[in-house]
Write a protein that binds this ligand. Structure first.
Ligand code: ADP
Length: 326
C-alpha cells in the first residue's frame, strides 16, 4: 500500500522512490495505491486545482506502468472508512511525539499561518491509509522512514490495547536501500513544490529537461586522481545511474578518476538519457489525462476494491475495540 499527494507534478523522485516499486509489486502482491487528496488538504486548502491534479497524477501512474486491473488505484477521499480509522488512531497518538516529527517541523516552518491539526496528525492519517488494508509492505522513498516507524508504534499500541488486528508495516524498496533522488542544484531532494528548477518532472518538455540538466551545478573538475566527489557531483552520477547505460556511467567514472572528465559532455549525455526516459511517459500520460471517461471508470473500480478491503478491516477493528453494542 502506498500513496502520492496530488499537490503538483510528479517527478523523478516520485518515480524512483515510489512508482517504480509499485509497478513491480503489482505483479507479486495484492496492491492498493492511492492519490492522497486528503493529505493534500493539510498544505493545499485551496481545492480549485484538485480535480485537474488528481486526473494528472492518476494518468501519470498508469503511464508509468501501473495497471488498474491488477492493483487497486483509487482516491483516498473515496474510501470513507479512512476517516473512521484515522479518528480511532488519533486516540493512540500523542501530541509531543507528533510535534517532533521532521516533516511536521519542516512544513510548519513553510506555512507558519496554517499549522492546522491535520498537519500535526499527518502521520496518523497515513497510518490509517496503510492499516485500512492491513498492509505490511509500503513502497516509499527515504523521506518517509520516520512516518513508517510511527505507523508501527500505533499498530503496537492498538494491538496491545485491543488485541492483534494489524501487522507492522515496513518501508519497502526492491533495491537494498530506500531511495532519495537529489535535486539538480545539489541542495536537497527533488520535490513537487519546492526546488522546481532543480527537479525533473515527468511532464517536462524535452527542451526543459535539457535546460535543467545543463544548469546542474558542477566545478572545474578534480585535480588529484581518485579523489572523493563533492556532493553535487556525486548527485549527477547518482542521477546518471538511474537512467544511463552501465558503460556510459563507467566511462564518466573513469574520466573522473583520472581527472579528464568534461562535465559539459557528461551533462549533455545525462540530458539526452533523461529525455529518452521521460518523453514516452509524458506522451502516454497526456493521452490518458484527456480521457475523462476512462479515468472515472478507473477511480470507480479502484474505490470499489479499496472499500471492500477497508470494510473487512473496519469490522475487525470495531469488534476488537468493543464498539458493537447490539
Ligand atoms: P513530494 O515530496 O514531492 O510532495 P509526496 O510527499 O507525495 O511527494 O511523496 C510521494 C512518494 O514519493 C513518497 O513515497 C516519497 O517518499 C517519494 N518521494 C518524493 N520525493 C522523493 C525523492 N526526491 N526521492 C525519492 N523518493 C521521493
Amino acid at each position: 500500500m502506498s500513496g502520492i499527494r496530488p499537490t503538483g507534478f510528479l517527478h523523478l523522485g516520485n518515480y524512483f522512490g515510489a512508482l517504480r516499486n509499485f509497478v513491480r509489486m503489482q505483479e507479486e502482491y495484492p496492491c492498493f495505491f492511492m492519490v492522497a487528496d486528503l493529505h493534500a488538504l493539510t498544505t493545499h486548502p485551496d481545492t480549485k486545482e484538485l480535480k485537474t491534479n488528481i486526473h494528472r497524477v492518476l494518468a501519470e501512474h498508469i503511464a508509468c506502468g501501473l495497471d488498474p486491473d491488477k492493483a487497486a488505484l483509487y482516491c483516498q477521499s473515496h474510501v470513507f472508512e479512512t476517516s473512521e480509522l484515522y479518528l480511532y488512531l488519533n486516540m493512540l497518538a500523542y501530541k509531543g511525539e507528533l510535534e517532533k516529527t521532521t516533516t511536521f517541523k519542516d512544513k510548519a516552518r513553510l506555512q507558519p499561518d496554517n499549522i492546522n491539526a491535520g498537519l500535526l496528525t499527518y502521520p496518523v492519517l497515513q497510518a490509517a491509509d496503510i492499516l485500512l488494508h492491513r498492509a505490511a509492505l509500503v513502497p516509499v522513498g527515504k523521506d518517509q522512514e520516520q512516518h513508517l516507524e510511527m505507523s508501527r508504534t500505533y499498530v503496537n499500541r492498538f494491538n496491545h490495547r485491543y488485541g492483534e488486528v494489524f501487522p507492522e508495516p515496513f518501508a519497502f524498496n526492491y533495491g537494498e536501500q530506500l531511495v532519495k533522488v537529489p535535486s539538480l542544484d545539489g541542495a536537497g531532494k527533488m520535490s513537487k513544490s519546492e526546488n522546481q528548477n532543480a527537479t525533473l518532472y515527468l511532464s517536462d518538455t524535452d527542451k526543459l529537461i535539457l535546460d535543467k540538466v545543463k544548469k546542474a551545478k558542477t566545478d572545474s573538475g578534480p585535480t588529484v586522481p581518485n579523489s572523493v566527489k563533492p556532493d553535487y557531483i556525486e548527485n549527477i552520477f547518482l542521477l546518471m545511474k538511474l537512467v544511463s547505460k552501465e558503460e556510459v556511467i563507467k566511462k564518466f567514472e573513469d574520466d573522473y578518476n583520472n581527472c579528464t572528465i568534461r562535465y559539459g559532455d557528461m551533462k549533455k549525455q545525462l540530458g539526452e538519457d533523461m529525455v529518452n526516459f521521460i518523453a514516452p511517459i509524458r506522451e502516454k500520460a497526456e493521452a490518458i489525462r484527456n480521457d475523462e471517461k476512462y479515468l472515472k471508470a478507473v477511480m470507480e473500480k479502484g474505490a470499489d476494491k479499496a472499500r471492500t478491503s477497508a470494510k473487512a478491516t473496519m469490522a475487525l477493528v470495531r469488534e476488537a475495540m468493543g464498539l458493537i453494542y447490539y
